[in-house]
Design a protein around this ligand. Structure first.
Ligand SMILES: Nc1ncnc2c1ncn2[C@@H]1O[C@H](COP(=O)(O)OP(=O)(O)OP(=O)(O)O)[C@@H](O)[C@H]1O
Ligand SMILES: [Mg+2]
Ligand SMILES: [Zn+2]
Length: 513
């Protein structure tokens, strides 16, 4: 007997339909899966067999052949276990073919017949909906994640017996209730707040600009000046995630297998801070299964690289392409996978190896060549991609001991949201959502300077020997500053403020010695 059961596979960020064909026919007893599977699929064979037997159903003693179509796509993982088991049970006469056809099935089986959680349920359900599939059975542990897709009936159960009895009409299983994103989003609660950071007005202002326009920023300062603390406060002023953005972020986390099963959807902008001992594949993605890396897990949010020069040079350099294109391509044996990587890079570093350069006479113990070597760990092309360079000096005693609260994140966030709304209107017909992502044509259109502005920029370009990229980044930052000021035109004061954040562009060692 031949039967066909619907299931899904994953390719990068998207799901695709897989037809699981099960054929049980008379002949020498055998059990094969064909259709380009990897080791996980071979293992699946044995899991399915044990799961069926341990649920006290009979496994066929005839010739069993399973084909996963389309056969030319490399299939990985354990997503198809459940569909294979269902197909076999149809061939065994336990389940009715027509009833089984009403659903698609996704889930991993364990040897005792329980249905285990899989990665990627969210993208799978989005694909199912696009393909017009109305009903899907998913593992119970994935129920939260499955509850945010409207107009699809997702059911969950925890073992084969439950599913079989449901399909036989002997019992009910849980239908997953649709939840509205608006009802569950917990907006930036309990995070670090700028009101606890004393002084540091310049750094706070730079981070406000970053958050408003989606700009990359690097903070340079001595140990203990509060760089890490400032960065950790950044999420509290970022604009709220929209549902579409949340879905994109959740898809990536779901595929990477790092989604919290009790939440199911990501409601806050990601803030990822991988340690500097992290490997290049962990940072940009890769490995055997081409998993998304930290830069994609930070999509629509912040990638914070603390102690920036300590990261391996190769890891830093591989960030160049995704920082420019907001996406990353990962090559593997048979294909190239592309993941989104629209991030704000926030980095921090000390000004020199000992950390105290510029903090008063005799404090720094480094030689000029040590300082140059340290700064040169960050190549020109990388620094060029960072829009705001800000010096964070040690906080002074009276600021630190002041009993006054500083401005709260809530009130800064209100300004950020306003500036973002101006950008949303500006780019209503374009694909980008913030000033930092403007292309050359948009820069030309939206970043016009008056004559004085042109003169100032020309002078800065020559004095600092700026690159063409730095030039356009200055204009983008100036645009954001003007938006924060609710000004339609970029005024000289906006431009000069933007220029002030390029101090690491000075030629190597110019201000050293
Ligand atoms: N401006 C500040 N206001 C209040 N507390 C501060 C401030 N700056 C630093 N601190 C205190 O000092 C601690 C250390 O700061 P933080 O770790 O952010 O410094 P850092 O600049 O990242 O140093 P390093 O270069 O050594 O990493 C903070 O946890 C905080 O308690
Ligand atoms: Mg730090
Ligand atoms: Zn030093």
């Amino acid at each position: 007997m031949l039967t066909k059961v619907k299931s899904f596979g994953l390719n990068g960020l998207d799901g695709y339909l897989v037809d699981v064909e099960v054929d049980v026919s008379a002949g020498m007893p055998s059990y094969d899966i064909v259709g380009l599977g990897d080791t996980a699929i071979k293992e699946s064979k044995f899991r399915v067999k044990s799961a069926i037997r341990n649920s006290l159903y009979q496994f066929p003693i005839d010739k069993v052949t399973i084909n996963l179509a389309p056969a030319d796509t490399k299939k990985e993982g354990s997503l198809y276990d459940l569909a294979i088991a269902v197909g076999i049970l149809v061939c065994q006469g336990v389940l009715d073919k027509n009833k089984v056809k009403e659903f698609a099935y996704v889930g991993e089986l364990s040897l005792d017949g329980s249905i285990k959680k899989v990665n990627g349920i969210l993208p799978i359900l989005i694909t199912a909906k696009e393909l017009g599939i109305k009903k899907v059975i998913v593992p119970k542990e994935n129920a939260f994640e499955a509850s945010y897709i409207e107009n699809i009936e997702a059911y969950c159960c925890s073992n084969i017996i439950e599913l079989v009895e449901y399909l036989q009409g002997l019992r009910e299983i849980e239908k997953i209730e649709y939840k509205r994103f608006e009802d569950i989003k917990q907006i930036n609660k309990g995070q670090d707040d700028f009101k606890y950071v004393k002084g540091q007005a310049l750094a706070k202002r730079a981070l406000e600009i970053s958050a408003s326009g989606g700009h990359n920023c690097i903070m340079v300062g001595p140990p203990g000046s509060g760089k890490s603390m400032l960065a950790k406060c950044l999420p509290s002023i970022l604009p709220d995630l929209t549902f579409e953005e949340a879905l994109e972020v959740t898809k990536i986390h779901s595929i990477a297998g790092v989604l919290d099963a009790n939440v199911g959807i990501i409601t806050n902008r990601p803030f990822r801070s991988p340690h500097h001992t992290t490997t290049t594949p962990a940072l940009v993605g890769g490995g055997r299964t081409a998993k998304p890396g930290e830069i994609s897990l930070s999509h629509n949010g912040v990638l914070f690289l603390d102690e920036f020069p300590e990261y391996p040079r190769t890891a830093i350099e591989t960030l160049r392409q995704p920082l420019e294109d907001s996406k990353i391509s990962i090559s593997r044996v048979q294909q190239t996978i592309e993941y989104p990587a629209n991030v704000m890079l926030i980095a921090s570093m000390n000004p020199c190896p000992c950390g105290y350069y510029g903090q008063g006479p005799n404090k720094c113990k480094c030689t000029p060549s040590q300082i140059i070597k340290y700064r040169n760990k960050l190549s020109g092309p990388i620094m060029d991609r960072i829009d705001l360079h800000v010096e964070v000096d040690g906080v002074n005693y009276s600021d630190l001991t002041s009993r006054e609260y500083e401005e709260s994140s809530e009130s800064i966030k209100a300004r950020v949201e306003k500036a973002r709304n101006i950008q949303l209107k500006r780019f209503a017909n374009d694909k980008n959502f913030c000033n930092a992502k403007m292309n050359n044509e948009q820069i030309k259109k939206y970043c016009k300077l008056d004559e004085d502005g042109e003169d100032i920029l020309k002078m800065a370009f020559e004095v600092y020997d700026l690159s063409a990229r730095a030039y356009s980044r200055i204009l983008k930052v100036a645009r954001t500053i003007a938006d924060l000021d609710n000004s339609e035109n970029i005024l000289v004061e906006h431009l000069t403020e933007a220029l002030q954040y390029r101090n690491l562009d000075k030629k190597d060692g110019e201000d050293i010695c």
